[in-house]
Design a protein. Structure first.
Length: 365
């Protein structure tokens, strides 16, 4: 069986690493002459136009509606589109909120590939533990009905495989990351950089408090991104007396200029499915520092071989790692060089092709 159409299910299209993966996949499969249907709630951040791309959404602008109702609405749209397509020539690729997409795909006799972006244990880091436990059971039950489950790190694969009856269903494909060519800046500025969503689980409070007490006072901290934690972070920066040392840029489409002029990248996350920004930082010759036991970062940094790691939420350990990175230039330079050599496996072309190969896997025919 040869599939000519892919029905992408991605209800909440915001700004982040997963959204970049989605756009890369859509563009890649359009170039391969697939017809694409994208089911999403808002098409505000998509910015792709092609004769073979059709977008089915409730509205064109965001409204104040919970993610649950947005997902439910998109699920109903998906069900309608599945009834109007043919399961013999179309396949579902669900990149987000996979339970409802699995339900409707199986009710309509479609093959479905899902992407599990976040580590399973991330469910238990906040909120009501009783509710989280049943959410976990609910997800795992439905994941077993998916035809393939894509994860983006060995950590995710090992964790999720414990709960999937057919272990062969779980496939690790790294996020496809574009490695842009650039001219190396020899004299980088004394900048510590964070790139990503500004939400509580990214551990930015730890970064700001650690930055305040680092030994070198020559450095500035630049935070690139936006999110629902931004207002709190601005208040924290003000209360810590760091307004002249910490700059928040807000969301920007390409952080390349910040990567090029910065010396250190810090990812203080509590958990991370992968960590695109670490790969990007390594590509742009930054020394990378990330939290230990946080999922993807452990794998990307090879537990400290390609960068530095600190204990999650430990302000003083992060402060010490930043100091060490600054003061031990030869060790830092060596880690940067080793990190650069490890990047081939994250090639955008290589990992996009793995999706293509997966769609033609004999198990999906």
């Amino acid at each position: 069986m040869k599939y000519g159409k892919i029905i992408f299910f991605f209800p909440i299209f915001n700004r982040g690493g997963l959204e970049e993966v989605a756009k890369s996949l859509i563009k890649f499969f359009l170039k391969k002459n697939f017809k694409i249907e994208l089911i999403t709630y808002s098409k505000r951040n998509i910015n792709i136009s092609h004769k073979n791309l059709k977008i089915f959404n409730k509205i064109s602008n965001e409204i104040n509606s919970s993610n649950f109702f947005k997902t439910l609405n998109c699920g109903l749209i998906l069900n309608d589109r599945l009834k109007k397509n043919d399961p013999k020539s179309s396949i579902v690729l669900s990149l987000q909120n996979s339970v409802i997409s699995i339900l409707f795909a199986k009710l309509n006799s479609y093959k479905i590939i899902i992407k599990n972006a976040n580590p399973i244990k991330a469910l238990f880091l906040s909120g009501n533990k009783f509710k989280n436990f049943f959410t976990f059971i609910f997800k795992i039950f439905f994941y077993n009905f998916a035809d393939k489950v894509i994860v983006n790190s060995e950590y995710n694969k090992n964790t999720l495989s414990r709960y999937i009856l057919n272990k062969k269903k779980v496939i690790r494909i790294y996020n496809p990351i574009k490695m842009e060519k650039y001219k190396l800046i020899k004299n980088k500025k004394n900048i510590i950089l964070y790139v990503g969503r500004i939400v509580k689980e990214k551990g930015l409070m730890t970064l700001i408090k650690a930055f305040k007490i680092i030994s070198s006072k020559k450095f500035k901290l630049i935070i690139v991104g936006d999110g629902n934690y931004a207002k709190y972070l601005k208040l924290l920066i003000k209360s810590e007396g760091l307004k002249n040392k910490v700059h928040m840029t807000g969301w920007i489409s390409s952080p390349k200029k910040y990567y090029l002029k910065s010396k250190i990248l810090v990812l203080p996350t509590l958990f991370e499915a992968f960590g695109n920004v670490l790969v990007e930082g390594m590509h742009y010759n930054l020394a990378c520092i990330a939290s230990k036991n946080s999922g993807g970062p452990d794998e990307i940094l090879a537990n400290g071989k390609y960068g530095f790691q600190f204990k999650k939420n430990d302000i003083y350990d992060l402060k010490n790692k930043i100091d060490y990175c600054i003061n031990n230039k030869n060790i830092t330079k060596n880690k940067i060089a080793l990190a650069k050599k490890s990047l081939n496996k994250y090639s955008k072309f290589k990992n996009l092709n793995k999706y293509y190969e997966l769609i033609y896997n004999k198990d999906l025919r």
